[in-house]
Design a binder for this molecule. Structure first.
Ligand SMILES: [Zn+2]
Length: 333
């Protein structure tokens, strides 16, 4: 689907948004929320539903899915994986020792999209971005990948901020294409609201293999409520971005395929499981015929609390670095 959409250039509507300096404002306390989990989501992206009342409340409900990252269909994915494996074989240097992870440094451009000067309106404080970077770099330390802020810009764009997931891809894509900075090694993060009364997600990302088809759409969309200090209790430690950057670096969900058979996430050391795991404290084994319990602590699963998601496996680290090498031309990754 991603490959078939019109090139972003056709849709450039950059003039509609404006870049503004950070205005002074009073920081408002986090909104109160009552969270209720729906654990029986039916559709592919319908898992992890959460309903809560916003501060401005009055019976207003938002529903977030954890992640709206789309994978290609199985056939397309298998073809891409074959190409990936072949390219990797060509790139492998003789004498290269596994286990020696050279440090990778990658730039991030933060694009803060906001509708008004409040936190609910998407206006993030600089310290939130700093803490987000701290979280991201701590969590990617095991992969020896480091990110540094190359720029932060604030853009007043209520239309984009409030658009629900999938409601206006053309506009969203056009905005991403017009604001995106840098090459394939540059991570662009756009924080949005996906609300207040529309279906939303915590985030979504595009895989490295998409860059060759659609460079303008490369990057991560992040719900601003998930940033450190954000209003989404339990999901405001900054680990949504860690999860999405995992996708941006080529990782799929550990439950990819939603099946005990099949290729899953193409990583050998993540136990096969048949669907997302939501709870940290309840061990599950949805594929008892296969080794290992469901990986509830994995960054690429759906544990319902940020503190729970806390690890990449060595196989995931290897895949990320290989994907960065092949699709993002990161040297010696
Ligand atoms: Zn995801």
């Amino acid at each position: 689907m991603i490959r078939n959409v019109l090139p972003a250039l056709v849709l450039l509507l950059g003039a509609l948004s404006t870049v503004q300096a950070v205005p002074g404002f009073t920081f408002r306390p986090h909104n109160q929320q009552t969270a209720e989990k729906g654990v029986n989501g039916g559709s592919r992206h319908g898992h992890g539903h959460k309903e809560w009342s916003a501060e401005s409340g009055g019976g207003e409900h938002r529903e977030f899915v954890q992640c709206a990252t789309l994978s290609p269909n199985t056939q397309e994915q298998e073809m891409e994986e074959k190409k990936f494996t072949q390219m990797l074989r060509k790139h492998r240097r003789p004498g290269h020792k596994t286990g020696e992870l050279k440090q990778i440094d990658l730039p991030i451009h933060f694009h803060i999209i906001y509708a008004n000067d409040t936190q609910q309106g998407g206006m993030l404080k600089p310290w939130q971005i700093e803490q987000q970077m701290f979280r991201l770099n701590l969590d990617f330390m095991s992969a020896n990948i480091r990110f540094f802020i190359a720029s932060t810009s604030y853009r007043y764009d209520p239309r984009w901020f409030n658009t629900g997931v999938g409601e206006d891809y053309d506009y969203e894509k056009a905005q991403m294409g017009s604001h995106r900075i840098g090459d394939e090694q540059t991570l662009n993060v756009y924080t949005v609201g996906w609300g207040p009364d529309r279906a939303g997600a915590y985030g979504y990302s595009h895989y490295p293999s998409n860059y060759q088809y659609d460079p303008g759409w490369d990057g991560v969309l992040l719900n601003s409520v998930t940033m450190p200090g954000g209003s989404e209790e339990g999901h405001n430690l900054g680990r949504t971005l860690v999860h999405e950057v995992g996708h941006w670096s080529g990782l799929m969900h550990t439950f990819e395929g939603y099946d005990c058979s099949g290729q899953g996430d193409y990583v050998a050391d993540t136990p096969v499981h048949a669907g997302p795991s939501y709870y940290c404290d309840i061990p599950m084994d949805t594929c008892p015929g296969y080794e290992g319990n469901d990986p509830v602590y994995n960054f690429m699963n759906y544990a319902d609390k940020d503190y729970c998601r806390s690890e990449f496996t060595p196989g995931q680290i290897e895949r990320m670095r290989n994907q960065l090498k092949i699709y993002r031309n990161v040297e010696d990754a």
